[in-house]
Design a protein around this ligand. Structure first.
Ligand SMILES: *Cc1c(COP(=O)(O)O)cnc(C)c1O
Length: 271
């Protein structure tokens, strides 16, 4: 029997279309980035065929984001092994095993509970080349429809906040995970109404949360450098999607997640 996600070749028209949209988005990322940042563009390929991903890969795109564990697993099986997969969907502890079995899973951006962190840490193979990068999802807009932990303010009761407890759990108890930074989605209305000069309140909240968490961790682990953050020990920010990635980059985002802007509209999920 044929595999569900067999690898068909992209059509010449689709190759051209994707090359052009990818180049346009890359250019816009370059223009909007702060001089001191070299942000990562994650191409969000949920619902899109593996052939679309292959076409982008052949244009030098290595970072792809997926929201559904089974879809990610099927695509990872047929696509090149040097793709860096970012899981950006709802994370359930009972899917940790499947996620952990994907050798080129690069990051999980949607961690939200100690339970899921423990399950992932347990499921990851001991011989993984490096710990799995983890971003904790923060619900900066406070909407019920969005997942994530509450943001921090400098006057929060830090040692009892869920975000601090989860960060400490990953650092102290999960040697196969590496706390890389924070991720947020933010309210769509803000991105549609914010003018050029206005700041997006959700992106500002994620930055404040990151700065507050970073100074808390420095105090909690006086010899803790290199136990979190990127190569220079900085907690990174994943914020910005098709409709607001330029505003996010101007606010200092390190990772933008762009789907529609590269691949076009998604079909509604049917199953
Ligand atoms: C789908 C999705 C994206 C991409 O959204 P677009 O608006 O298509 O760019 C980014 N981040 C998350 C968490 C998503 O679920």
């Amino acid at each position: 029997m044929a595999e569900a996600a067999s690898l068909e070749m992209p059509s010449p028209e689709r190759i051209t279309e994707l090359k052009e949209s990818l180049e346009e988005i890359r250019e816009r990322v370059n223009v909007a980035s702060l001089p001191e940042n070299s942000p990562t563009l994650v191409a969000v390929s949920k619902y899109k065929p593996a052939s679309d991903i292959l076409a982008c890969y052949r244009n030098g795109q290595l970072d792809f984001g997926e929201n559904y564990v089974q879809e990610l697993e099927e695509k990872a099986r047929v696509l090149p092994a040097d793709i860096r997969w970012h899981f950006i969907g709802t994370l359930q502890s009972n899917k940790a095993k499947t996620l952990a079995s994907i050798p080129n899973l690069f990051s999980i951006q949607t961690l939200g509970s100690i339970k899921a962190a423990t399950a992932l840490n347990k499921a990851l193979p001991g011989d993984r080349a490096s710990p799995l990068r983890i971003l904790i999802q923060v619900n900066t807009s406070g909407e019920d429809s969005k997942s994530g932990l509450s943001p921090l303010a400098s006057d929060s009761n830090l040692s009892e906040s869920d975000l601090v407890l989860l960060a400490k759990h990953v650092i102290s108890e999960c040697p196969r995970l590496h706390l890389e930074g924070l991720m947020t989605i933010g309210a769509l209305e803000l991105s549609l109404t914010a003018s050029e000069t206005e700041k997006n309140a959700d992106f500002e909240r994620l930055k404040e949360t990151r700065d507050t968490l970073a100074s808390y961790l420095k105090g909690a682990y006086p010899d803790g450098d290199r136990r979190w953050g990127d190569a220079s020990g900085r907690l990174v920010l994943s914020m910005g999607m098709s409709s607001d990635f330029e505003a996010a980059l101007k606010a200092g985002s390190d990772i933008v997640r762009v789907g529609t802007g590269i691949f076009g509209q998604r079909a509604k999920k049917t199953s």
